[in-house]
Design a binder for this molecule. Structure first.
Ligand code: GUN
Ligand code: FE
Length: 470
């Protein structure tokens, strides 16, 4: 509920880990910062023997560092369909738009193109960790793994297991055995391809209606086998009322949607459940007792008319919650869009009868987009914040409105408040136009949350490595 702000400070990072955070006024004085760099570092108590390997970066005025954003639910394979959903709701949308597109990614060249564009755009929007769904095809899924490794984003890659008779014949696993073997193969591929553990496989039964009982059980077993490795599982739950009804018909032996997953051992502290809008109190108690995480996807839920999650209630009940873009049910790769939608949807929920306290604040939305997501993905204490011992998964947010989408030289001139006409005449343009200036830091963050976009993200680091710079 509150932001911790360091207005003047020094952060020391080595091997991708935050080693110290020092504040002016507490750890050093303003006059110390005028010392030569080596004397200053010595004064701060840093070992200066490797000074020639030391890089000093000064964060420009009106810029700030923020923890990288975490997208707990995104379908990279659906990226070409952004914004294309018409007035459909979930089940019609899947058949009409989603399955045909995903099936077309068996073409490896197309898969690579789509995944690269999606991951690149996600990084440019400041997402440092994402939990991805690829497609049913193992080959196409492994291409997404390659792309993540190449582009440097931290992430989880899931092959959609889907062998139910309800799936179209042209887009489903052949048998429960094939569903299990292909899932294992994709998890194994990540392990081989990326020993650093930055990119990992994730068990992904698409959702109950697309899986046979055997497949759900098999995947529950794979999940249990992967406990030592911290293997995660992701799926969809209770997104849409017709879907909930369908699950009731398909699994009459189970008392609820959550119960279907529970009897197949798929509800664990390593399970990420997307949507969770229409859960009953009993189901909420069940997922809480199993310590599952919820991925709240408000952009998607509004687009597909799925409903409004009462997120305050889940938080009050102690359920872990993070945010997901759910591309392309969601129309935007930007986690900030999901965060601002979380705020707006919560106001609708409050107005609809749940009361004032249901409103999500700016601070809470930003928490959900970072630390909340980290907890959901089993990365709590590692990423999602700026703290000693945490990994340097960080974004540089730039506040200057003018130069970011200008090309270099023009941007420089405008920054300096001088506009150069084509005939060489120089005109003052009344100083630079600041996106930020007079506000408190809390207000700057609110302004960024509600009206910022990818142009404000000036640099992105994952594990200390600069993976995107503009
Ligand atoms: N339920 C099953 N598959 C999907 C999907 O691709 N997107 C969303 N939003 N819900 C689903
Ligand atoms: Fe989804």
């Amino acid at each position: 509920t509150t932001l911790e702000i360091v207005e003047h400070g020094i952060i020391c990072v080595s091997n991708g880990i935050i080693r110290s955070i020092q504040r002016m006024g507490e750890d050093y004085s303003e006059s110390d910062s005028t010392l030569p760099p080596s004397a200053f570092l010595q004064k701060l108590g840093h070992d200066n023997n490797n000074a020639q390997q030391l890089t000093i970066r000064i964060i420009p005025k009106n810029h700030f560092l923020f923890p990288g954003l975490i997208d707990t639910h995104i379908h990279a394979s659906q990226y070409p369909n952004l914004g294309i959903f018409g007035k459909t709701t979930l089940l019609e949308w899947l058949n009409k738009y989603t399955f045909p597109l995903e099936a077309s990614l068996t073409d490896p060249a197309k898969a690579k193109r789509v995944y690269r564009q999606c991951v690149q755009r996600s990084l440019r929007n400041g997402t440092t960790t994402a939990a991805y769904y690829a497609t049913q095809s193992a080959r196409s899924t492994n291409i997404l793994t390659d792309v993540l490794i190449d582009l440097g984003q931290r992430g989880f890659v899931g092959r959609c297991a889907m062998d139910s008779d309800l799936q179209p014949k042209w887009y489903r696993d052949e048998s429960p055995k094939a569903a299990k073997d292909d899932t294992s193969a994709c998890v194994g591929y990540c392990k081989e391809a990326d020993q650093s553990g930055r990119v990992r496989g994730i068990i992904t039964p698409r959702f109950a209606p697309s899986c046979s009982r055997d497949t759900l059980s098999n995947l529950g077993r794979l999940l249990a086998d992967g406990e030592q490795d911290g293997l995660l599982c992701q799926t969809h739950i209770s997104e849409n009322k017709n879907e909930v009804e369908l699950v009731k018909q398909l699994f009459p032996e189970c008392s609820s949607y959550a119960h279907v997953y529970d009897v197949h051992n798929l509800l664990t502290p390593r399970t990420v459940l997307a949507h969770a809008i229409h859960l009953t109190e009993d189901e909420i108690a069940l997922i809480k007792s199993r310590e599952c995480g919820v991925s709240h996807c408000p952009t998607s839920n509004m687009a597909l008319g799925s409903g409004s999650l009462w997120v305050r209630h889940l938080l009050d009940e102690g359920v872990k919650v993070g945010l997901g873009t759910d591309v392309s049910g969601g129309y935007d790769v930007n986690v900030l869009e999901a965060a601002r939608m979380a705020c707006l949807v919560s106001r609708g929920v409050a107005e609809g009868g749940k009361g004032e306290r249901s409103k999500i604040s700016v601070e809470e939305a930003l928490w959900l987009a970072t630390r909340g997501g980290a907890e959901v993905l089993g990365l709590g204490g590692k990423v999602g914040g700026l703290e000693v011992g945490m990994v340097w998964d960080v974004i540089l947010v730039g506040a200057d409105e003018v130069p970011v989408d200008q090309d270099g030289e023009e941007a420089e001139k405008m920054l300096n408040g001088v506009h150069h006409d084509h005939d060489g005449k120089q005109t003052k343009i009344g100083g630079k136009v600041d996106f930020f200036g007079w506000e408190t830091w809390e207000e700057k963050l609110a302004k960024w949350l509600f009206s910022g976009d990818d142009r404000n993200i000036r640099a992105v680091w994952v594990g200390g490595e600069l993976v995107c710079r503009k």
